[in-house]
Design a protein around this ligand. Structure first.
Ligand SMILES: C[S@@+](CC[C@H](N)C(=O)[O-])C[C@H]1O[C@@H](n2cnc3c(N)ncnc32)[C@H](O)[C@@H]1O
Length: 271
């Protein structure tokens, strides 16, 4: 058994709690953006996934499952936060609560794993990648996305500056996550090297520039306000203050927002 440190456990607990309170917010804002990014990730498979049994790792409110179902695959969602799985439960494929570092599945039961912006949350990246490999059959695929460490979108700083004027401070878990964990998958070489070291083969990490619709100022603001690290603060404000903050955030955006947010897509084969 791989040792897991106490600080890792504290970070994972912080992430779980933030997402547990964030399901409705995620569905109201970020999911619209992430739906398009999940489509772009799944398109990197380069082959039909029809009939494939696919694990959607860190499924959240299920945007990758939706794309997989449209591709006639048979997805199963897994998430650390049962509340994310509970969102619109009746309309979704099967879902299981669990941790990417210790998947509750037997060996080789999936044809592929899709991890849309999940591995960038996991402190022990090598362990999670080894688990993806273990649960996938020989000849199967891993598709995993993350954000490049230097990726930016002007809405991020603009909305955070307005939040800060209202008293927002980054939660501790988010600062640790940004400084220590997201960097592992944010660097294409580290991401690819860690995947190879976990026994994955034919590993490629590509920069994707998918249209996420972020040239719409309302979507750009809802994307930032409803992230799990900001939503907790937002819900402490009175409805009138929240409405005022939203209006000020829209006014603070620069003109000509890019619709694209760059992402990294790892594609690897399981032997
Ligand atoms: C950025 S959201 C992405 C959700 C969804 N894949 C999407 O694209 O909309 C990350 C998701 O990964 C889940 N997650 C974070 N750490 C995890 C872990 N160690 N094991 C399983 N899920 C995890 C979170 O609860 C959250 O739902």
């Amino acid at each position: 058994m791989h040792p897991v440190s106490g600080s890792d456990q504290a970070l994972v607990a912080g992430i779980r709690t933030a997402y547990a309170h964030g399901a409705d917010g995620w569905a109201a804002g970020p999911a619209t953006v992430y739906r398009r990014l999940a489509e772009a990730l799944i398109a990197t498979a380069g082959q039909p996934l029809a009939g494939w049994r696919v694990l959607d790792l860190g499924t959240g409110t299920g945007v990758a499952c939706e794309a997989l179902s449209r591709a006639a695959a048979h997805p199963v969602g897994l998430d650390l936060a049962v509340e994310m799985l509970a969102h619109r439960r009746a309309q979704r494929p099967p879902g299981v609560a669990g941790d990417a570092r210790a998947l509750p599945f037997r060996d080789h039961v999936f044809d592929a794993v899709v991890a849309a912006f999940c591995l960038n949350h996991v402190p022990d990246l090598g362990l999670a990648l080894a688990e993806c490999r273990r649960v996938t059959r020989s000849g199967g695929l891993l598709l995993a996305s993350s954000f490049p460490a230097d990726a930016d979108h002007p809405a991020k700083a603009a909305v955070e500056a307005v939040l800060t004027e209202y008293g927002y401070q980054r939660p501790d878990w988010y600062a640790t996550f940004k400084e220590r964990v997201a960097k592992l998958t944010g660097d294409p070489d580290t991401f690819a090297r860690t995947a190879s070291a976990a026994g994955l083969t034919d590993v490629h990490v590509d920069l994707l520039e998918a249209d996420a619709g972020l040239d719409d100022p309302h979507l750009a603001v809802e994307w930032r306000l409803n992230m799990p690290h900001t939503l907790g603060f937002l819900t402490t404000l009175a409805p009138t203050t929240r409405a005022e903050l939203r209006a000020r955030a829209i006014a603070a955006l620069p003109p000509d927002l890019p619709s694209v947010v760059p992402t990294l897509a790892l594609r690897a084969r399981i032997v």
